[in-house]
Design a protein around this ligand. Structure first.
Ligand SMILES: Cc1cc2nc3c(=O)[nH]c(=O)nc-3n(C[C@H](O)[C@H](O)[C@H](O)COP(=O)(O)OP(=O)(O)OC[C@H]3O[C@@H](n4cnc5c(N)ncnc54)[C@H](O)[C@@H]3O)c2cc1C
Length: 404
């Protein structure tokens, strides 16, 4: 039923978009491993079924963990992060072949980074190590109903001191994977006195089965293979050991890891763009009109070619941003923002082209294009909106006055 998406093993002749020439030997190895797991464990009809039934692919997640693709080369015991140049390869491949799983991994990679930088010995042992091995999952709960972009000002979730512990109340919204994760990293306001844009907020590592927590799955347009949730905290009692990092400095700590999340979101968007481009080209090569394949019409070819240009451009930027992040070059923040904007724009443009190239078939759930089209929207606004990233690039790359 499904037109094929992305499987490295069966490249059509003349198709170069998946042959990534910039890979280092390590990246090439990780890419091939991810592709072979996708080919073996996530055929298109399985991914489509999971999307239709809105089910998380637990089995596939465990395989990723067993293959070492979640912890990658991180050393949780030593607090050392995985190489960002490796994370983006896994995520590009999953973005193309199993998008909801890629979104799940963006959250896991972020949780691993936060736990590895700020987790105490006990938090690392109990949560970080199983996470790195694919035996557990965490959600990341920052956004609230009153604001995602300006969340520090809009945040109403608070934790109040109570003896040796805390009482957490409030509600987080749009939280990926909270219905299926064991823990959530929750940001809550813990001080009104030092209420500034970013101070007075604390990170907590909260077990999601604690008394007073309720999780409601939200109905979203895309990413149906991963639950998106509202999480309510109703006088949840937490002991001091749940504080992650320094009390009052949680938002600053998160900002320090956002660069990695931007890079990783860009990698998933790039994968969506690439998967959709391949689907569109396969369809255009087979579909006949006026006695020839529709892919032979120049009007359609130009749209597909523009898509290929966007994929290669976004990957070039992403590679440069990941190299800068690895080298500790401060410019990586603006480069990652550029890569995320470029990849998100590529994904929305190419899925739109794909829908047009496929005519009525693009609209059909028999084909993956509509899924790519729905899923691509996520990275136009998450984890940060493209408008905010453009604001940031204006300030940090062009030296323009801050616009927000
Ligand atoms: C499927 C899904 C999964 C998600 N997963 C998570 C998760 O796991 N954890 C989590 O914490 N959050 C998650 N989010 C939330 C996501 O990060 C937010 O949706 C995002 O940060 C945008 O916030 P918002 O939706 O409140 O938009 P708003 O902040 O209300 O923004 C609305 C519009 O205003 C624009 N805008 C605001 N300020 C400016 C400005 N200064 N200049 C220009 N434009 C501006 C924005 O760009 C946007 O276009 C998820 C969301 C979805 C839908």
């Amino acid at each position: 039923m499904q037109s094929g998406t992305v499987r490295g093993q069966d490249r059509p002749a003349g198709w170069h978009v998946e042959a990534v020439t910039t890979d280092s030997p390590d990246q090439a190895e990780i890419r091939e491993l991810t592709r072979s797991i996708l080919a073996d464990r996530a055929p298109d009809d399985r991914v489509a079924r999971l999307d239709e039934s809105e089910t998380f692919d637990e089995e596939f997640y465990r395989h990723l963990g067993a293959a070492g693709l979640i912890g990658l080369d991180a050393d949780p015991a030593a607090g050392a992060d995985a190489d960002p140049r490796h994370e983006i390869v896994v995520l590009e491949e999953l973005g193309a072949g199993h998008t909801s799983m890629a979104v799940c991994l963006v959250v896991q990679y972020m949780a691993l980074r936060l736990l590895s930088h700020y987790g105490g010995d006990d938090q690392r042992k109990r949560v970080l190590v199983p996470l790195a091995e694919g035996r557990g999952r965490a959600a990341f709960a920052l956004s609230e109903e009153d604001g995602g972009t300006d969340i520090a000002r809009a945040m109403r979730t608070k934790a109040v001191r109570d003896g040796a512990g805390w009482v957490l109340t409030g509600r987080k919204t749009w939280i990926s994977g909270a219905a299926t994760a064991g823990h959530a990293i929750v940001l809550a306001r813990t001080s009104e006195e030092i209420r500034s844009a970013i101070d007075g907020i604390t990170m907590f590592l909260v077990p999601l089965d604690a008394d007073g927590i309720s999780v409601r799955v939200l109905d979203t347009a895309g990413i149906h293979g991963l639950d998106t949730c509202e999480v309510t905290f109703d006088d949840v009692r937490l002991d001091d050991s749940t504080v992650l990092g320094e009390a009052g400095a949680g938002f600053r700590q998160v900002i320090g890891t956002l660069n990695g999340e931007r890079l990783n979101a860009a990698a998933v968007a790039l994968g969506i763009a690439r998967g959709a481009l391949r689907s569109a080209i396969e369809y255009a090569s087979q579909r006949q009109a006026f006695g020839r394949s529709i892919g032979s019409f120049q009007a359609l070819q130009h749209g597909l070619v523009d898509g290929a240009v966007q994929v290669e451009s976004a990957r070039g930027l992403l590679t440069r941003a990941a190299e800068a992040a690895h080298a500790g070059d401060g410019r990586s923040e603006a480069l990652s923002a550029m890569a995320k904007v470029a990849a998100a724009d590529a994904a929305t443009d190419i899925t739109d082209t794909g829908m047009r190239v496929m005519g009525g078939a693009g609209y059909s759930r028999e084909y993956p294009m509509q899924r790519y089209f729905r899923d691509a929207r996520l990275y136009t606004f998450a984890p940060l909106t493209n408008e905010m990233l453009r604001n940031f690039i204006g300030e940090r790359w062009l030296g323009l006055p801050r616009s927000y």
